[in-house]
Design a protein around this ligand. Sequence first.
Ligand code: HEC
Length: 137
Amino acid sequence: MRNRSLIAAALVLVVAAFVGHGLLTADEFTKADVERWDKEYMAVVAKGRALWTSPELGTNGVACAQCHPNAANTHPETYPKFQQQLGRVITLGEMINWCIQQPLEGKPLALDDPRMIAMQAYVAHERRGVALAPNKH
Ligand code: HEC
């Protein structure tokens, strides 16, 4: 009997620890944090827009914005998806690299290159609020 109540007490403590931890971690950032994160995010979006409208990622003077003004027809919400050009399921970053290599005749970026992250942030920002629709064609 005594052992049972000890086990029950231990269980209550474990559960309480989990709940307490959840309460503590749920609110670990302040309004000032969010403002700082927003500022950093918008700076990356601006960097992406600058790259989008400039020919610097290619070799032939062409910019993404010439065919995709304001990120038109990029459909980031449809990724990952099967892309015919590559014959497999790819991410948005790989499709961005496809357009860097084809219409811009440039070198592909590493997927974690800050310029690639900036371009993805710009595209996602332009399409914010659109429902996810992976593999939509
Ligand atoms: C000369 C015109 C042209 C330029 C310049 C161009 N693209 Fe594209 N892009 C296309 C075409 C055409 C497609 C459609 C390919 C397909 O899905 O069949 C496309 C597709 C895309 C898609 C996928 C759209 C979808 O619906 O899945 C993305 C993302 C994209 N381009 C990004 C870029 C980026 C980033 C740049 C600049 C590095 C760029 N494009 C420059 C013509 C262009």
